[in-house]
Design a protein around this ligand. Structure first.
Ligand code: 3PY
Ligand code: MG
Length: 263
């Protein structure tokens, strides 16, 4: 049996637009709730959330076992954001069964190419071989895993700095990079507008980057939990839009309820 088909990679290659939820509570109960809500994917965030390998594993298990609210009741696609794009860190996430990644702070083509190699077995890459004892191969039940795993990797690199923006054309040319994800928070800080991703200069930079990604034929992604932003990016054709986060949904709902009944 081959490696599981990566439905997110397939959807993006088919030019579909997808929506997802960012998981920052670091909790498999919350992941289960998000998984059933009807998103195409959930990102388990190890950069800005209290996650580690074990909490990520628990969330991957929750996501894979929860049918979503779409008509065909498939499970949601799981994506991991590592804290940083290091080969040994990606290796661990790969072995616990993650096939899709959003890697923060990628600033040049060499770094992007290194990430492609980190996520592929030789001869295409440098991924260490230990899948026979790993969840990734369903504990060796996927007998053809080693020879099919490379084809099912979906890799987004994040561009969210001045240097990264300048290198965007080179990054987009890297074979094996499926898409580029824009981080509005870090990008606004890099452009001198810390905390203000709606500053005109930031919006112009984001729109220019999204145009360049679209022209390359690769998938574009962005974090946009403000619904007005999300609608704008979806209308622009962005293919991987984070329209929610578990913490944002929880804080918004709880604060609204508390304030309504306190009056
Ligand atoms: C950013 O906005 O900087 C991000 O990385 C989105 O999570
Ligand atoms: Mg960021």
């Amino acid at each position: 049996m081959p490696a599981p088909v990566n439905r997110l990679k397939q959807a993006l290659a088919d030019g579909k637009q997808t929506i997802g939820c960012w998981l920052v509570l670091g909790d498999s109960y919350a992941a289960e709730i998000a998984a059933s809500a009807g998103f195409d994917w959930c990102v388990i965030d190890n950069e800005h959330a209290p996650n580690d390998l074990r909490s990520t594993l628990a969330q991957l298990q929750a996501l894979s076992q929860t049918p979503n609210q779409t008509p065909n009741q498939t499970s949601v696609s799981a994506v991991v954001r590592p804290p940083i794009g290091e080969t040994h860190i990606l290796k661990q996430f790969l072995d616990i069964g993650c096939q899709s990644f959003v890697v923060p702070m990628v600033e040049n083509a060499a770094q992007a190419a290194e990430l492609v190699r980190a996520t592929r077995y030789p001869p295409d890459g440098v991924r260490g071989v230990g899948a026979s004892t790993a969840r990734a191969s369903n504990f060796n039940a996927h007998a053809d895993y080693l020879h099919t795993a490379n084809d099912q990797i979906c890799l987004f690199v994040q561009v969210e700095s001045r240097v990264g923006l300048a290198a965007l054309p080179d990054i987009l040319a890297v074979d094996g990079v499926d898409g580029v994800f824009i981080g509005p928070s870090d990008l606004s800080a890099a452009l001198g507008h810390l905390g203000n991703p709606h500053a005109p200069a930031v919006v112009t930079a984001i729109d220019g980057a999204l145009d360049a990604i679209a022209a390359s034929g690769k998938a574009s992604g962005i974090f946009a939990v403000d619904p007005v932003d999300a609608e704008r990016y979806l209308a622009r054709g962005v293919s991987f839009v984070a329209v929610a986060s578990d913490i944002n949904s929880m804080t918004t709902a709880l604060r609204q309820t508390a304030s309504r009944f306190r009056q």
